[in-house]
Design a protein around this ligand. Structure first.
Ligand code: IMP
Length: 207
């Protein structure tokens, strides 16, 4: 596909994600606007891979806005659990209706992963990876996909107060601290999102 430039719709309703992506693309003259700000609907994420879900979101935003769009999909994959929770990472943190207002409970989700791992015994393989897939779609149907990965191991109990989601149980390869014990600048240099963005920037802008 041709290079992205000018206006780009970021297919997210998450203000934090928009800010992070806009800052990464600003040096390349890309002007980011979120799907949320444009009032675009969020399509159901019915894919069974990160790439399928990222493409669903990017294509929907490009078609609805008439502008090129970028979407990301990410999650935690645990080797001993056959790659789960994978595309269902956020769902594992979903509170049950009877527990009260909707929202995500990351401690519960980390505990669920740990509980399943423990069923495999004390010598279970604790290796895992965070995956991030970025997809770009244009209104005329061109697409590009960039996959990033951060390898690591799962620790228990959770440690650290920075970051979000499963960061307190993820220890990146070659490290002793969890992602939640890294300051955000440091994490952004080694994360799955950084890896995917490096591939996008190289392909789109030759850098
Ligand atoms: P989505 O890509 O917005 O659907 O999010 C997938 C889920 O994966 C998030 O809600 C987080 O729980 C988890 N996740 C993705 N990236 C990270 C990360 O860098 N740290 C911790 N959790 C993450």
């Amino acid at each position: 596909m041709g290079k992205i430039g000018g206006k780009l719709v970021i297919a997210t309703h998450n203000a934090g994600k928009l800010k992070e992506i806009a800052a990464l693309l600003a040096p390349f003259g890309v002007d980011c606007i979120s799907a949320g700000a444009l009032g675009l609907p969020e399509p159901p994420e019915t894919g069974i891979t990160f790439a399928e879900n990222a493409l669903i979101k990017a294509r929907a935003a490009a078609q609805a806005s008439g502008l090129p769009a970028l979407a990301d999909d990410s999650g935690l994959c645990v080797a001993a659990l056959g790659g789960r929770p994978g595309v269902y990472t956020a769902d594992w943190a979903e509170r049950q209706r009877f527990e009260g207002p909707s929202g995500r409970d990351w401690y519960m989700a980390m505990g669920k992963v740990e509980g399943l791992l423990c069923e495999h015994g004390p010598d279970v393989d604790r290796s895992c990876w965070f995956a991030c897939v970025l997809a770009i779609a244009t209104p005329d149907g061109e697409t590009a996909v960039y996959e990033g990965r951060a390898n690591g191991t799962l620790t228990w109990p959770p440690r650290g107060t920075m970051g979000f989601g499963y960061d307190p149980v993820f220890v990146p390869l070659g490290e002793t601290r969890t992602f939640a014990e890294h300051d955000p600048q440091e994490k952004h240099k080694i994360s799955h999102r950084a890896d995917a963005f490096a591939k996008l920037v190289k392909d789109q802008f030759g850098q």
